[in-house]
Design a protein around this ligand. Sequence first.
Ligand SMILES: [Zn+2]
Length: 384
Amino acid sequence: MRFEFATATRVVFGVGALREVAPAAGEYGRRALVVTGRSPDRAGPLVAQLQQAGVACSIFVTDGEPTLELVRQGVQRARDEQCDIVLGFGGGSALDAAKAIAALLTNGGELMDYVEVIGAGKPLANCGAPFIAVPTTAGTGTEVTRNAVLASPEHRIKVSLRSPHLLARLAVVDPELTFDLPQAVTARTGLDALTQLIEPYVCRRANPMTDGFCVEGLQRVAHSLRRAFHDGRNAEARTDMSLASLLSGFALANAGLGVVHGFAGPLGGMFPAPHGAVCAALLPHGMAANIRALRERAPASESLRRYEAVASLLTGKPNASAQDGVDWAAEICGELGIPKLGSYGVSKEHIPKLVAMASQASSMKANPIALTPEELEDVLACAL
Ligand SMILES: [Zn+2]
């Protein structure tokens, strides 16, 4: 057995933890670029606390999933304003943008020198500027991962910037920030967290540390996702989901993902569909395809036993079958109103290209079994 585990330098979790951001930021620098989602007003209380702690703030608003161009603008703004800290406050998109801006601020050259696939993929030589991650949704776990997903609209592709230097100096996860999330956001981000707990648990690179996080996270999702969706101000349910999201970030960054995220990258690049909604629409079909392929070609695989464990954790039934887990996932996607992929414009004619791209995706490499092109086509066709 050999594994490695890396995460944010410091993680603070709890209702009210937001108050700890400003004092910590004051130790890292004097001027913060505060990267927010499309409602910068939500960061108002945090900005006031930062100013009180002697940290000047410059607000940088991101609208939707970050593009390479947006990151370039953010780096320019941070340089112009002489920012020495970058703080991400928002969903996965704002945090990924902030993460990339912090890294580029201390590394010379162009963003394209460092991104994979369409860029040169050079390693980042220097530590980024101190990056503080404050998620306001419960789903992506990006506060503790070492990659930032960026879109290149001209190439209709999403690419990652990856480096240990992207890990946050501080991640503050305050479930209170999620109490007012709309139901649709709760649904898709919560189901992204679920996917990010199942895929690392059954994947080829699972390790005992990530296993522990996945089991804990799956229990919390099983217990609380429905409650968080139907009763948004239920503090216990929201806390469970924030924790599940954080645990999913630990797991995916240190184990890997699988077929669902293998498709989510290319789909997100080609269609204007939120990441979590794409993952949710694919999840039951990706699980079913893996289970079928494992039964046919690797019936002794440990991953099959793990799919049974997932099913037991989700259904609460000790003798649940792998299929029970698939059914549970399909049912909750229906109950939470997850749209099919066709509603984002994905149709049959896109399947060959998406299968070709997904086969090359880094997430696919950790899938518990290599799926054939026909099996991959089937996963997508079922989710349309
Ligand atoms: Zn995800």
